[in-house]
Design a protein around this ligand. Structure first.
Ligand code: MN
Length: 214
C-alpha cells in the first residue's frame, strides 16, 4: 500500500510564493487522489505490495497506462514537496561547480529552467537532472517521470500542472516559475541528490508507511 506522506513543512510555510490554500488542495486532494487510485489499480493488478519505484517500472513494462499515470504522479508529488523548502539556501560545493559548468551560473540555470517550464506545452514537470552528460534541464509530459528514464537522477522538480499555481498566479506560469526558483527551490535537497547520483549516499525514494509522518 502506498501512503500519502505528510508535507515536510506547514501548509503556509511557502507563503507568499505558494499559498496555504494551494498546498492544501494540491497535497490533500490532488496528491491524495493519485495515491488512492494507484493503490486501487495496483491491488487489481496484483502489485499491491510493491515499493512505488518498482510499481512505476512494472506499470510501464506492462503498458498499464492508468496505473503508470497514477503511480508516477504519486512519486512526482512526493519529490516535488521535497524539492521545496521554507528556508532555501544557495547551491554550494560540487553542485555549485556543476551548475557553473553547465549554465555559467545560477542565473543561467534559472533562465533555462523558467524557459523550459514556460515553453512546455500543457501539463507536466520541469526538472534539473544529473545525466551522463552533466546537469540538464528537462521537462516531461503529464505524469511522465524520471524514474523510467535510466541514468537520469532528478535533483529538483517543479509541477507544471495548472493546479500547482492557478489559485496564486492564474495563467502566469513564468511568474510562478520565477518565484518558485528564487523563493522555494531546496538546494540542500538538490545537493544530496547530486551526491547520490555520483555514488555518495542514497537517492530519494518515495516514503513507505513508517517514514511518512513528517
Ligand atoms: Mn500536482
Amino acid at each position: 500500500m502506498l501512503v500519502l506522506p505528510d508535507l515536510p513543512y506547514a501548509y503556509d510555510a511557502l507563503e507568499p510564493a505558494l499559498s496555504a490554500e494551494t498546498l492544501r488542495v494540491h497535497h490533500d486532494k490532488h496528491h491524495a487522489a493519485y495515491v488512492e487510485k494507484a493503490n486501487a489499480l495496483a491491488g487489481k493488478a496484483g502489485l499491491g505490495d510493491r515499493p512505488l519505484e518498482d510499481l512505476i517500472l512494472e506499470a510501464r513494462r506492462r503498458g498499464d497506462e492508468a496505473l503508470f499515470n497514477n503511480a508516477a504522479q504519486a512519486w512526482n508529488h512526493g519529490f516535488f514537496w521535497r524539492s521545496m523548502s521554507p528556508q532555501p539556501t544557495a547551491p554550494s560545493g560540487l553542485l555549485a561547480a556543476a551548475i557553473e559548468r553547465a549554465f555559467g551560473n545560477l542565473a543561467g540555470l534559472k533562465t533555462r529552467f523558467v524557459e523550459e517550464g514556460s515553453g512546455h506545452f500543457g501539463s507536466g514537470w520541469v526538472w534539473l537532472a544529473a545525466t551522463a552528460a552533466g546537469l540538464e534541464v528537462l521537462s516531461t509530459h503529464d505524469a511522465d517521470d524520471l524514474v523510467t528514464h535510466g541514468d537520469t537522477t532528478p535533483l529538483i522538480g517543479c509541477d507544471l500542472w495548472e493546479h500547482a499555481y492557478y489559485l496564486d498566479y492564474k495563467n502566469d506560469r513564468p511568474g510562478f516559475l520565477n518565484r518558485w526558483f528564487d523563493e522555494a527551490a531546496d538546494w540542500t535537497f538538490a545537493e544530496r541528490q547530486f551526491a547520490a547520483a555520483s555514488g555518495q549516499g542514497e537517492v530519494w525514494r518515495y516514503p513507505v508507511a513508517a517514514e511518512a509522518q513528517a
